[in-house]
Design a protein around this ligand. Structure first.
Ligand code: NAP
Length: 221
């Protein structure tokens, strides 16, 4: 499995404001880049915090890219995955519509009621007691044939994926805004590292829209 984390952050490293509302950080050229990355992926993953904040659809927007996928024998859109310990994903979330197959990764903490409701609209994966055990959940996704995996946030999930050693590549658009706020989500939140910081090798720097895209490989992988 190859896991690429992709995100857009402000010049001061924030993914959104302290209100946790989605903010336009990048522009058209970056949307196209993200759409191509989605089209090249077998699965697109987000945390339930992102589903609750942004209600993303996570489908490929460009019809030509969807057509190319179909011609390659793939579904028009990649599989969508939500990491959601207790099954908080709303049943009317865009990610649960019929545009693509969706997996909801739960922990044992998810109630029978939430499982029943979500099972009507998604494939359920259970891994972990209180929180989703990402190593086990991603191993199950791999068993389903999902090899090229793109993660679209947010900061809590991204931190945990680095912590679990699951990230191969980080692509980050850095835009021309200052958002600020000590409580605003950043690229990697969670508890933070105090030792054994994951280390990155810079692969490329590309100017795009009003900002820059940095592509990093996770060192020693
Ligand atoms: P998140 O990372 O999307 O989701 C975090 C949630 O996932 C946790 O609170 C937890 O909820 C669940 N989870 C289950 N198992 C986990 C595990 N092992 N590790 C980590 N999380 C686990 O949420 P977020 O950090 O609050 O990010 C949402 C914010 O980021 C929003 O403001 C959104 O607008 C922004 N965002 C920005 C971008 C960008 O590119 N700029 C992209 C995405 C999101 P449970 O305990 O209920 O399971």
């Amino acid at each position: 499995m190859h896991v690429v984390v992709n995100a857009a952050m402000s010049a001061d490293g924030k993914l959104s404001s302290r209100r946790r509302e989605q903010i336009a950080i990048s522009g058209e050229a970056d949307f196209d880049r993200v759409d191509r990355l989605r089209a090249d992926s077998d699965a697109v993953v987000v945390g339930v915090g992102t589903v609750l904040a942004d209600d993303p659809h996570l489908t490929v927007k460009d019809e030509t890219l969807r057509k190319q996928r179909r011609e390659n024998g793939q579904p028009a859109n990649p599989v969508r995955v939500v990491v959601d310990s207790s099954g908080r994903t709303p049943t009317d979330a865009a990610i649960l519509d019929d545009a693509a197959t969706t997996y909801v990764c739960l922990s044992e903490a998810a109630s029978v009621e939430r499982r029943a409701v979500l099972a009507d609209r998604a494939e359920l994966v259970t891994a972990g007691d209180e929180r989703v055990d990402l190593l086990r959940a991603f191993a199950t996704l791999q068993e389903q044939g999902l090899e090229q995996v793109m993660v679209e946030g947010g900061g809590e999930l991204i931190f945990s994926l680095f912590d679990a050693g699951l990230v191969d590549e980080l692509r980050v658009f850095i835009g021309s805004k200052i958002i600020g706020g000590r409580d605003a989500p950043t690229l990697a939140d969670g508890e933070g590292f105090v030792t054994e910081f994951p280390s990155l090798d810079l692969e490329s720097v590309d100017r795009l829209d009003d900002g820059v895209v940095l592509t990093w490989r996770v060192a020693d992988r």
